[in-house]
Design a binder for this molecule. Structure first.
Ligand SMILES: Cc1cc2nc3c(=O)[nH]c(=O)nc-3n(C[C@H](O)[C@H](O)[C@H](O)COP(=O)(O)OP(=O)(O)OC[C@H]3O[C@@H](n4cnc5c(N)ncnc54)[C@H](O)[C@@H]3O)c2cc1C
Length: 328
């Protein structure tokens, strides 16, 4: 197993070797801390009315302790929900992604969720979250947003009517600040009210023959929880990927834990026997936010701390909504 992200495309990440560091600007209208889906999408929507936006990002790709959760994300997007808030968040994002797809290779698959316990079939997409973030970054950059990579935010303090963002390379003054560092928000801002949650996906060694290429994203009730089995394009190859909720409890946020045989034995293999002999090739894991809607804390006027545990399928809605709050 590798700690490196499975679907990192070479063409959508910034070249950030240390001798090419972008100079830190002295000030901005809005400073965004973190260039994951929330930070990159908000930067894109903020830049459209012409604000000076700086995004500070610390994303060491080869550091197993780095907290860029989106790199390990399943990238599943469904947009029909009974809950009106989730429906709005995901419908807007689905439309945005379909519109953006011709501009970049998002490793997109069109598929269907199949809820085995009800027989329901629900339309869905799957994308590479890394490529989606890369596209948002590219579009924001074209609109004039400045991305400052290899620079860690260490704190934010009030100054006059605005804020000073402290970083590993100096400080930036900004009228408004968005903290969008995912799980790292909580270490920089202990007042964050988002609840952290570990998530894992098992990438299996199974081949995907032509008769399985149309396999739906299958939701399988197991005990008090459920497993989900779906196809994902990783490094241009179709892979069988499995996740679970409430089959096995796992709060170990220090690294991946291989529960594969336990999940099989607790009932997944009884329902889907073709998984029984599969082995785990890779575990995609990260620390996410338990709440699947937007959680915003505003400890000082103009300083927003934003978290969301479904920031891929909600990216466009999150970006527009936060940009409206920060730009007003
Ligand atoms: C296994 C797994 C499967 C998932 N599947 C799905 C799914 O199918 N669909 C879905 O919608 N969501 C899914 N998610 C959730 C989704 O990935 C997260 O909701 C999303 O990544 C959160 O986005 P974010 O921008 O808040 O944080 P992150 O993705 O963590 O991005 C934060 C950014 O801030 C940077 N950063 C961190 N610390 C600092 C610092 N001190 N200074 C500067 N920058 C910093 C990071 O490097 C990163 O670039 C999944 C998550 C996991 C772990």
């Amino acid at each position: 197993m590798t700690d490196l992200p499975a679907d990192l495309p070479a063409d959508t990440t910034a070249d950030t070797t240390t001798d090419q560091l972008v100079p830190l600007p002295a000030e901005a209208d809005v400073a965004i801390c973190g260039a994951g889906p929330i930070g990159a999408a908000t930067a894109y929507f903020l830049a459209r009315p012409g604000l000076r936006v700086v995004v500070i990002n610390h994303d060491p790709e080869d550091d197993p302790a780095n907290l860029a959760t989106y790199r390990y994300s399943g990238g599943s997007i469904r947009w029909t929900w009974p809950d009106p808030v989730k429906r709005e968040m995901t419908t807007e994002t689905e439309k945005f992604i379909r519109g953006a797809a011709p501009l970049a290779d998002l490793a997109m698959l069109q598929n269907t969720y199949h809820l085995l316990h009800t027989g329901e079939l629900i339309p869905a997409l799957n994308v590479s979250a890394t490529r989606l973030v890369g596209l948002l970054r590219d579009q924001a950059t074209e609109l004039g947003v400045q991305f400052v990579d290899d620079t860690a935010v260490t704190g934010v303090r009030p100054e006059g009517l605005g804020h000073v963002v402290e970083t590993s390379r100096g400080s930036i003054r900004a009228g408004r600040v968005l903290a969008a560092m995912g799980a790292a928000n909580a270490s920089v801002f202990p007042e964050s009210s988002a609840t952290p949650e570990k998530r894992q996906l098992f990438v299996l060694d199974l081949p995907v023959p032509p008769e399985r290429e149309q396999m739906p994203h299958t939701i399988v009730p197991v005990g008090d929880g459920f497993g989900y089995v779906f196809l994902k394009l990783i490094d241009d190859r179709l892979r069988v990927v499995v996740g679970q909720e409430d089959i096995v409890e796992d709060d170990d946020t220090s690294g991946p834990v291989d529960h594969w045989t336990t999940i099989l034995d607790r009932g997944l293999a009884a329902t889907l026997p073709w998984l029984r002999d599969a082995r785990v090739d890779d575990i995609l894991w990260g620390v996410d936010t338990a709440q699947k809607t937007l959680v915003v804390d505003e400890p000082a006027p103009g300083l927003l701390i934003a978290n969301c545990g479904s920031a891929i399928r909600s990216a466009a809605w999150l970006g527009r909504t936060l940009a409206e709050r920060l730009g007003s």
